[in-house]
Design a protein around this ligand. Structure first.
Ligand code: HEC
Ligand code: HEC
Ligand code: HEC
Ligand code: HEC
Length: 288
């Protein structure tokens, strides 16, 4: 169950929300050299279908629960009470996700729908906590904050509006862009640490320089081609996105403490670790 309060742009309670989407994920600690990773409890299968794309395998993607699948109650004073339709104790399809209340969890939401004929403005919220105790990251539970909204906004302004405009907050993005989430049409990982690195390398990606495209096939299988993205600075300015001195990113040092084939191989995509091309590694515990 989620209790939340909604205020309008002038700070007054707003009681007329009828459509929201929710996510919920647990933070799985890293073992054997792997870093920690969010795992969504809500997943779907994507079938690649027929089209001008290379992917042929059915994959798993994290997704939302629409408020119409659970029970949303507006209390009339700007406060709401939502009960998930999903039973966290019984998540078995399309992926078994065991409920582990002692791990850090995050619940996310996005506002949807309209009011008096006008679409409501984009708004996301997240709450991060340990279900077994109720503790929050300020009280020293495991956490993973290696990028901040402020650093993304330093270039994107307030325009980081993806998926039709309703998704704007990086802390919300990561509840879905988990390591296990894949785009079926391209076969590329949607893991944020791979996808965001690759998008910003853009035309500098070794694969792109050797003639391939970096395309993800999104909503209704429309292609987003990031092969011509020009990052306005040297991508080796890692601190632009990961600053260990920034209070908003207390785990930013993980970029040196938790190197991995996925994170480093995202920009360096001419390296085939398993085959030993460019640099050999068989698992992430060898990296440090
Ligand atoms: C130094 C500037 C810079 C920073 C910092 C930055 N970006 Fe970008 N980003 C760009 C540029 C340039 C593009 C390509 C041009 C475009 O399409 O807006 C881009 C494109 C994207 C795209 C592709 C979709 C789109 O809107 O074009 C996503 C998603 C994205 N960035 C997410 C992020 C996230 C998340 C962060 C923070 C972790 C971030 N960016 C930080 C410069 C930046
Ligand atoms: C509810 C889950 C969810 C959330 C939250 C989410 N995404 Fe996604 N995202 C996906 C899935 C699933 C795909 C793949 C879509 C497909 O294959 O049809 C995707 C695809 C994308 C793509 C590539 C395709 C396209 O549509 O351009 C970008 C870029 C992207 N997401 C950025 C973001 C950013 C930035 C955020 C946060 C502001 C975010 N996403 C939040 C699930 C999510
Ligand atoms: C445009 C923003 C951006 C830039 C620039 C950037 N990163 Fe990242 N990086 C990300 C995002 C987004 C994630 C995933 C965040 C998450 O999972 O919460 C990430 C994750 C990582 C991780 C994974 C850490 C872990 O604990 O799993 C490593 C390692 C990493 N980055 C290394 C680097 C290095 C090295 C550089 C510079 C060469 C760099 N990054 C530059 C956005 C960026
Ligand atoms: C955001 C993209 C990005 C990420 C993430 C990234 N790198 Fe790089 N790295 C670069 C760029 C750009 C260069 C400059 C040389 C080039 O273009 O290949 C570079 C250069 C290097 C070099 C020097 C290569 C040479 O031939 O001079 C090494 C070694 C290296 N990176 C290791 C790593 C490791 C280890 C990680 C993971 C912790 C990592 N990189 C993550 C973008 C990235």
């Amino acid at each position: 169950m989620v209790d939340f309060l909604v205020l309008d742009q002038d700070g007054y309670p707003f009681s007329y929300l009828e459509q929201l989407d929710f996510t919920v994920a647990k933070l799985v600690p890293g073992t054997e050299g792997n870093s920690s990773a969010w795992q969504s409890y809500i997943n779907r299968e994507e079938v690649p279908g027929e089209g001008p794309w290379p992917g042929t395998e059915t994959v798993i993607q994290a997704t939302t629960e629409s408020s119409s699948e659970g029970a949303l109650v507006s209390n009339g004073d700007g406060s709401y009470h939502y009960t998930f339709g999903l039973d966290l104790n019984a998540v078995s399809a399309p992926l078994v996700v065991e409920y582990e209340p002692e791990l850090t969890h995050r619940v996310g939401l996005q506002v949807g729908g309209s009011f008096r004929g006008e679409s409501l403005p984009a708004a996301n919220a997240v709450y991060t906590f340990q279900p077994s105790t109720g503790l929050t990251p300020e009280q020293d539970i495991d956490h993973r904050k290696i990028v901040s909204q402020e650093s993304c906004s330093s270039c994107h302004g307030n325009d980081l509006a993806l998926h039709g405009g309703g998704r704007v907050d990086v802390d919300y993005c990561v509840t879905c862009h988990n390591p296990g989430s894949v785009d079926a049409q391209s076969g590329h990982s949607l893991d944020f640490r791979e996808m965001i690195h690759k998008i910003h390398m853009g035309e500098r990606l070794p694969s792109v320089q050797s003639g391939e495209d970096y395309i993800l096939w999104g909503f209704r299988n429309s292609p987003s081609d990031f092969s011509d993205v020009v990052h306005p600075q040297d991508p080796r300015n890692c601190l632009t996105c990961h600053d260990p001195d920034d209070e908003a990113t207390p785990q930013a040092l993980q970029i040196v403490e938790k190197p991995s084939m996925e994170a480093c191989g995202s920009c360096h995509d001419d390296i085939d670790f398993v085959a030993g091309v460019g640099h050999p590694a068989t698992n992430n515990s060898e990296c440090t």
